[in-house]
Design a protein around this ligand. Structure first.
Ligand code: AMP
Length: 205
């Protein structure tokens, strides 16, 4: 079985859970240059990849199982996997933030975000027309330099917003990491995968 895990904070918080489930990589994923890591559970390998690539690996069956943030899953336009378990790690919120209410009738509001699809869907549900400015990082900068009126971004402590004079305006979604499973793998490797789900469910409560 191959498990794809998002790099960074999710990996750091997932490793202790996987260890309790009996899966410990032979090498430190932060140090190793290997892309496929063997583990203490001889049947399981880990691939550590960019967060946005995890659903793709799982949908196409390159990984049987994935660990990815709900933010990435909301943004991903595919349904080739199951989402059986909330691992309750890397928890944060997806929010609309800005410098305060913008008075503007003359043009559409501009919203800067990495989450273009989720942002469009959110405003479409509210019946509000906006223009999405797609960014890949440092969203908080956009309202400060006049690139956008608002941002849609992840917030944990709120310190980053505060440090940049921004305030949270609307809560869009609660985010945490989820276990996702390729649909075919769920059938073919049913025992192995349900066993993993059971062990992780016992840890996450
Ligand atoms: P904070 O200052 O604690 O509110 O964190 C906000 C910054 O951390 C923003 O740049 C977010 O994009 C990023 N961030 C917060 N929570 C997460 C998370 N669970 N996963 C990835 N990035 C996050």
């Amino acid at each position: 079985m191959v498990i794809a895990v998002s790099k960074g904070r999710i990996l750091q918080e997932a490793l202790p859970l996987l260890a309790i489930a009996g899966i410990v990589p032979h090498e430190d994923p932060d140090e190793s240059r290997k892309l496929i890591l063997e583990t203490s559970d001889g049947k399981t390998k880990l691939v550590v990849i960019r967060a946005a690539d995890v659903p793709t690996f799982v949908e196409y069956g390159a990984a049987d199982v994935g660990i990815a943030g709900k933010d990435v899953l909301l943004e991903y336009e595919g349904d080739g996997f199951y989402e059986p378990l909330d691992l309750k790690i890397a928890a944060c919120r997806l929010v609309l933030a800005g410098r305060g209410q913008v008075e503007n009738d003359s043009r559409r509001l501009r919203v800067a975000t990495k989450y273009a699809t989720t942002t469009r869907r959110y405003f479409a549900q509210k019946g509000v027309q906006i223009e999405v400015v797609k960014l890949y990082g440092s969203m908080e900068l956009a309202p400060l330099v006049g690139l956008a009126d608002y941002i849609v971004d992840l917030v944990d402590t709120g310190n980053t917003l505060k440090a940049n004079g921004l305030v949270m305006m609307e809560h869009i979604a609660d985010i945490s990491s989820r276990l996702i499973v390729n649909k075919a793998s769920m059938k073919i490797k049913h025992n192995q995968i349900t066993d993993l789900i059971g062990r992780l469910a016992a840890v996450t409560g």
